[in-house]
Design a protein around this ligand. Structure first.
Ligand code: F6P
Length: 359
């Protein structure tokens, strides 16, 4: 067997641990393993495949990023090609991916990615590519797995930042607005906001009212507290409004969220008359070492993916259904995004502690 591994979409802490676990599990079966550089791009480049050996995957379990590189601009189903006039046209190169894969003597692909990359893997599987998916994303928004690796590390980074903001917020009697990632879901905001003791948590699942947010902030200034912390998911939006986008959708690009913290700081500052500051944690949440939980999950996923290849079980994704790692069909795995359940225990706990969701 000669298998390939690639990483697609935004990076997440734990990618290298999956690469190591899958590589070692395959090498221990006597198989050959190669990595495809930058998602599927490496397939179209002469030097785009790298051998994954015991030596090249040594000492990477604890490292962030991905030794293979990644891209969220490399969808083979919508490959951007620049015309002579500079305009961008999207071309379907999926048949080429499948034939190049065979030409290079590859028998199976372990595709590590989030919803976008797994959707691509699902389409390629329909076209005959033997693929097993591994779910990753700090957003934790894949419905078929209870959790994705990278999420808990991102929550830790955000919680640490929110905790540190308390002292400066209190010293200056300020309102601090912290923007965290998550695309259309509020998992990071909810978990980090609760663990970091925010006063207000804004998530896309609960459209907010500015009046209600400001009321909660004013409450905090009554008595002797005199400061407030608001955690806003980048995809949160007001009732009847839209999320704030950093970049409008352009050909071949997905929309990019960003800017809600700045916008809220202006609105809240104006409405309450309080001194307000904003910060967006952005890619800090994707960087650094994976924590122990994410390392373990990533190692389990990598090893489970090889078991599936060994069983000839393709077109599926590994998923955590505690305490087991199972296989779910790729098509099912990417059918829906997992949003925060409003009747879930974490939302209930936050509400019972008096945290406002701005509703
Ligand atoms: O999906 C992971 C994620 O970090 C999202 O939380 C965020 O909206 C997006 O990727 C940012 O993408 P980029 O790295 O292209 O700015």
């Amino acid at each position: 067997m000669r298998i390939a591994i690639n990483t697609g979409g935004g990076d997440a802490p734990g990618l290298n641990a999956v690469i190591r676990a899958a590589s070692l599990s395959a090498l221990n079966l006597g198989w050959e393993v190669v990595g495809i550089r930058r998602g599927y791009q490496g397939l179209f480049e002469e030097d785009g495949l790298v051998p994954l050996t015991r030596g090249s995957v040594r000492g990477i379990t604890h490292t962030g990023g991905t030794i293979l590189g990644t891209t969220n601009r490399g969808n083979p189903l919508q490959w951007p090609v620049e015309g002579p006039d500079g305009s961008i046209r999207l071309v379907d190169r999926s048949e080429e991916v499948v034939s190049e894969f065979k030409r290079r003597g590859l028998d199976a692909l372990i595709a590590i990615g989030g919803d976008g990359s797994l959707r691509i893997a699902s389409k390629l599987s329909e076209k005959g590519l033997p693929v097993v998916g591994v779910p990753k994303t700090i957003d934790n928004d894949l419905a078929a797995t209870q959790v994705t690796f990278g999420f808990h590390t991102a929550v830790e980074t955000a919680t640490d930042a929110i905790s540190k903001l308390h002292s400066t917020a209190e010293a200056h009697s300020r309102v601090m607005i912290v923007e965290v990632m998550g695309r259309g879901t509020g998992w990071i905001a909810l978990y980090a906001g609760l663990a970091g003791t925010a006063d207000v948590i804004l998530i896309p699942e609960i459209p907010y009212r500015l009046d209600s947010v400001c009321e909660r902030i004013d409450d905090r200034y009554e008595g002797d507290v005199g400061f407030a912390i608001v955690v806003a998911a980048e995809g949160a939006f007001p009732e009847g409004g839209d999320p704030v986008l950093a970049e409008k959708r352009a050909t071949g690009k997905t929309e990019r969220f960003g800017g809600i913290a700045d916008q809220l700081a202006n609105e809240i500052g104006e409405r309450t008359g309080r001194e307000t500051r904003s910060l967006a944690l952005r890619h800090l949440q994707r960087g650094g070492q994976p924590n122990a939980y994410d390392r373990l999950l990533a190692l389990q996923f990598g090893s489970a993916a090889i078991n599936l290849v060994q069983d000839g079980h393709f077109g599926c994704m590994v998923a955590l259904d505690p305490p087991n790692v199972l296989a779910v069909p790729l098509a099912e795995a990417v059918a829906e995004i997992r949003q925060v359940p409003l009747d879930g225990d974490v939302v209930r706990t936050a509400r019972s502690l008096g945290i406002s969701f701005g509703d």
